[in-house]
Every structure is written in structure tokens, then in C-alpha cells.
Design a protein around this ligand. Structure first.
Ligand code: NAD
Length: 497
């Protein structure tokens, strides 16, 4: 069985802890690989390699860093298909969807190629007689990233390209469920000319994460994953004096006003709820139908949902693949099973689905729950599967109160033809990313990504300007080139004249 190893100091390094985790092919249900789990000494080795590399990388020229990043972008472009195939083999998502995440990750590499503009400092001349003041930003040192299973290429690329462009060195701990992609991304970075030790990958579980959170040589931690772990990461890393950004889970609402184009809304609800089998932090998991459109909208969604083709991700005919593990599939199914008893109407129940030739795969069909009470578990919890809840609201005010009462605030969307209503929604809604007739408003690379409330812990969103601010520290330099007349004793606080 193939073993997936660490990537430390520019080369593959076999695990020495003796602990391994299974890596499944979700479409077949077979364990095809195993992944080494790092212990404390292996994490320490990766951090030491990163610390050594920082000595020269932290002061390398912007021209050199960006030349490598441009080359990296070319290599990623040339290897898109191969990376997407790796994602599908371990995550299960369909090939086109995997290609989409590679493209969205590459956006951040493209942003990083222009880091010289982002890192331009500020200069004020003659703030006082013969005194100039400059503000510059410098790298932090060794920084770490801990990433979830659902975007094995894109989420690591939300982090390390900008971090290394800013002059930091990086230790990545990817999800143990689909660990190969990160290693491939690191190999290609080495091929692009990135010096050894600038980007390291340690595989593992909680043991590796805990060491990262405590390690005295790690200055900052970026985390993306579920809310309980995000909260834990923020508390523990902060306790150890680190800068933290920790993005958590979500329950994204799509509000549909009575004047909306209902065919467009139904199409987009399907795409955003069932794409990637609902395993997206920006998935729409609740549609809020306002006024008397509920039956009509649910009818249109049902009609479309019934036609979705579910199958292995490497079959071009499949529109939706399996879930990540058997346990997760069963948990998703339990929400559908429990919904009726908690007052929801089960319009579509996809939990009995089997795919011919893939009977042991972790497949589940799509489910649609209507008139879901807000007290039901299916409404309260992040299901992270292809289960769409519909909630009815009589008015816009009732609908927005529902969204604003949610404990999560990642993304949200409004579907309407009324510009005034959309504008009001943008200003009133308590969520970090808002779509107007756009169901999954994942910001482009040069606008930062992040939620509110339990969807984000820490003061910085990820990538974009916030990403640069997160991975650098500011320094302000006040300069006077003296003139012989500048001497003299004055114990007063410096004032400008
Ligand atoms: P997860 O929280 O289980 O795991 C994320 C990472 O944390 C993994 O690397 C994992 O190994 C590690 N981890 C897990 N348990 C840990 C523990 N007890 N202590 C220390 N580390 C631990 O998340 P997941 O299931 O891989 O991913 C799905 C979740 O991620 C969903 O909740 C989804 O909404 C969220 N997510 C959020 C965003 C966002 O931008 N807000 C993006 C993608 C995914």
C-alpha cells in the first residue's frame, strides 16, 4: 500500500512515529493508501528546516521571490489536470469541480506574483525639520497552516503563496483525509526554484497540530476547518503568543424575495447546495423563501434535483461525487432520518442511494427538506452534505432576522430584482461575504475571504490585503541626517517643528 510521507527541507521524508492513518478512495470505499502521522520530533524537524531557510529567504530580493512564483504559476497551470485527479482520488469531488478549486487556488499565486506592489512602503518627507518617516512591512519568520479536507489544493494555496511571497517560511499540516495534494504542491514549488525548507509539509492529526500550536519558533498560525477546532486553535495558539487567523464552519442562507427570477434562483440553489456534495464552507444549506413563492420555488428545486447525476468523480458524466468517509456519509444521512420527527417535510430523501458498480462507495443522494423548524438539528447544525433546508418567512424583516440570529456568518446571498432591497440587505446582514444574485460569493484573490461570528476567530480575514497584513509586521522608521546645528540637550518628548 502506498504511504504518503512528509515534505521537509525540499525532499520527501518518511514518517518515523510508527503511526499512520488510512486514506480512502471515497468512490470505491477502498483504502488505497496510508498517511504517516508526525509526532513532535517530526514537526520539530520541519520547523527547524523552515527556521534555517528563513535566514536567507527572509532577506531575499522581491525580484527573486516573484520570479519563482511566476514559474510556480506556470507549473501549476501545466499540472492542473494531474492535481485535479489527485484531489478526486482522495476527496471524491468530480474532476471539473477539482479543476475549479485548482484555478481558485492559483488566483492567490497570481496575487503573490505581484507582491512587490503590496509590500510597497510609505514615506513622509520633512515631517519635522530634516526628518523623514518610513513605514515598511517585514516577514514574521516561520508560519504554519492547518487545512481541512474539503479543498485540499485551494485552501493551502489561500495561505502559503502569500506567506512565502512576504518572505516567511511555511509549515503546512494538511488534512489527513486527502494528504497527497499538498505534497504535490510542495514538489512543484521546489521544481519552480523555491529554496529547500521554505515550504514544508508535515502530515498528521491532533498530535502534530498541538506541537505546531506550542512550538516557540512558529510566529503565526492560519487555520481553516470546523468551528470547534477553529476555536481551540485560536485559544491555544494565542496562549502561546502566536498571531492567529482561524476560519470555522458555516450554515449559509440564501434569501429569495418574491420578485426574484425563480428559475435562476432554483438553478443557483441546486449548484450551491449540492455542488461538491455540499462539502463546501460556502455551500448554501438554507434557502429562505419570502412571501408566497415557497411552493413554487420548492417545486422548481425538486424538479432539478431529481435529474442530478451522482457517480464517481472521475466519470465525466457525474455531476456530484461521494462524501469523504463512510462515517461522514452516515452522519449526513442521520440528519435526514431525524428531520421528519423534528417537524420538517422531507421532499427528497437521497439517503438510500447506491451507485451501480460502486456499491461500497461513500455515496449519498441529494435531500431536500421543506418547512424546516429552526429548532430542528438539520437547521441548527452544519451538516456538510447534500441536504438543503428550506425555511419559509412571511416578510423580508423576518428572513433577515433569521439569518442574523444564526450563530454562523460566513457567506449569504439575496436573490431579487429590486436594487433597493439588495442594497438594504448588503448593509444589514451579519455575515462576512454577501452575494447579490450570486450564490457562492467567494471573493477573488485580491479581496479577502472571511466570515463573521462563529465562522472566524482572530482579527484577519484570509488572502487579499488582510493576508499580506497577517503575514507581515509593520515597522516605522524615523530618520534625521544631522546638521551640525542639531546638537544640544532637550529632555522633552520629541515634538515636530
Ligand atoms: P476539521 O476541523 O475536522 O479539520 C481541520 C484540520 O484540523 C485538519 O487538518 C485536522 O487534522 C485538524 N484537526 C481535526 N481535529 C483536531 C483536533 N481535535 N485538534 C487539532 N487539530 C485537529 O475540518 P474538516 O472536517 O477537515 O473540514 C470541514 C470543515 O471545515 C467544515 O466545518 C467547513 O465549514 C470548514 N471549512 C471552513 C472554511 C472557511 O473558509 N471558513 C473553508 C473550508 C472548510
Amino acid at each position: 500500500m502506498k504511504t504518503i510521507s512528509h515534505w521537509i527541507g525540499g525532499k520527501s521524508v518518511e514518517g518515523t512515529s510508527g503511526r499512520f492513518g488510512p486514506v480512502w478512495n471515497p468512490a470505491t470505499g477502498a483504502q488505497e493508501k496510508q498517511v504517516a502521522f508526525a509526532d513532535t520530533t517530526e514537526v520539530d524537524a520541519a520547523v527547524a528546516a523552515a527556521k534555517d531557510a528563513f535566514e536567507s529567504w527572509g532577506t531575499s530580493s522581491l525580484a527573486r521571490r516573484t520570479a519563482i512564483l511566476f514559474k510556480y504559476r506556470e507549473l501549476l497551470d501545466a499540472h492542473r489536470d494531474e492535481i485535479a485527479e489527485l484531489i478526486t482520488a482522495e476527496h471524491g469531488k468530480v474532476h471539473s469541480d477539482a479543476l475549479g478549486e485548482v484555478a481558485r487556488g492559483m488566483e492567490i499565486v497570481e496575487l503573490a506574483c505581484g507582491i512587490s506592489v503590496q509590500l510597497k512602503g510609505e514615506l513622509s518627507t520633512q515631517v519635522s525639520t530634516r526628518v523623514d518617516v518610513a513605514s515598511i512591512r517585514q516577514p514574521l519568520g516561520v508560519v504554519a497552516g492547518i487545512t481541512p479536507f474539503n479543498f485540499p489544493a485551494m485552501v493551502p494555496m489561500w495561505m502559503f503563496p502569500l506567506a512565502i511571497a512576504c518572505g516567511n517560511t511555511f509549515v503546512l499540516k494538511p488534512s489527513e483525509k486527502d494528504p497527497s495534494t499538498s505534497v504535490r504542491l510542495a514538489e512543484l514549488a521546489t521544481e519552480a526554484g523555491l529554496p529547500d525548507g521554505v515550504l514544508n509539509v508535515v502530515q498528521g492529526d491532533r498530535e502534530a497540530v498541538d506541537r505546531i500550536l506550542e512550538h516557540p519558533d512558529i510566529e503565526a498560525v492560519s487555520f481553516v476547518g470546523s468551528t470547534p477546532i477553529a476555536r481551540h486553535i485560536q485559544l491555544k495558539a494565542t496562549e502561546h503568543g502566536k498571531r492567529v487567523q482561524a476560519l470555522g464552519g458555516a450554515k449559509n442562507h440564501m434569501l429569495v424575495l418574491p420578485d426574484a427570477d425563480l428559475d435562476l434562483a432554483a438553478d443557483q440553489a441546486i449548484n450551491a447546495a449540492y455542488g461538491s456534495a455540499g462539502e463546501r464552507c460556502m455551500a448554501v444549506s438554507v434557502v429562505v423563501a419570502v412571501g408566497d413563492i415557497g411552493d413554487d420555488l420548492v417545486g422548481r428545486i425538486t424538479e432539478r434535483a431529481k435529474k442530478l447525476r451522482i457517480g464517481p468523480g472521475n466519470d465525466p458524466a457525474s455531476e456530484m461525487g461521494p462524501l469523504i468517509t463512510r462515517e461522514h456519509r452516515d452522519k449526513v444521512a442521520s440528519y435526514v432520518a431525524g428531520a421528519a420527527a423534528q417537524g420538517a417535510e422531507v421532499v427528497l430523501d437521497g439517503t438510500g442511494l447506491t451507485v451501480d458498480g460502486h456499491e461500497d462507495g461513500f455515496f449519498v443522494g441529494v435531500s431536500l427538506l421543506d418547512r424546516v423548524p429552526v429548532t430542528a438539528d438539520a437547521y441548527q447544525d452544519e451538516i456538510f452534505g447534500p441536504v438543503l433546508c428550506v425555511v419559509r418567512a412571511e416578510t423580508y424583516d423576518e428572513a433577515i432576522a433569521l439569518i442574523n440570529d444564526s450563530r454562523w456568518g460566513n457567506g449569504t446571498a439575496i436573490f431579487t430584482r429590486d436594487g433597493g432591497a439588495a442594497r438594504r440587505f448588503q448593509l444589514e446582514v451579519k455575515a462576512g461575504m454577501v452575494g447579490v444574485n450570486v450564490p457562492i460569493p467567494v471573493p477573488v484573490g485580491y479581496h479577502s475571504f472571511g466570515g463573521w461570528k462563529d465562522s472566524l476567530f482572530g482579527g484577519h480575514h484570509i488572502y487579499g490585503n488582510d493576508g499580506v497584513a497577517f503575514y507581515t509586521q509593520g515597522k516605522v522608521i524615523t530618520t534625521r541626517w544631522p546638521d551640525p546645528s542639531d546638537g544640544g540637550i532637550n529632555l522633552g518628548f520629541p515634538s515636530n517643528s
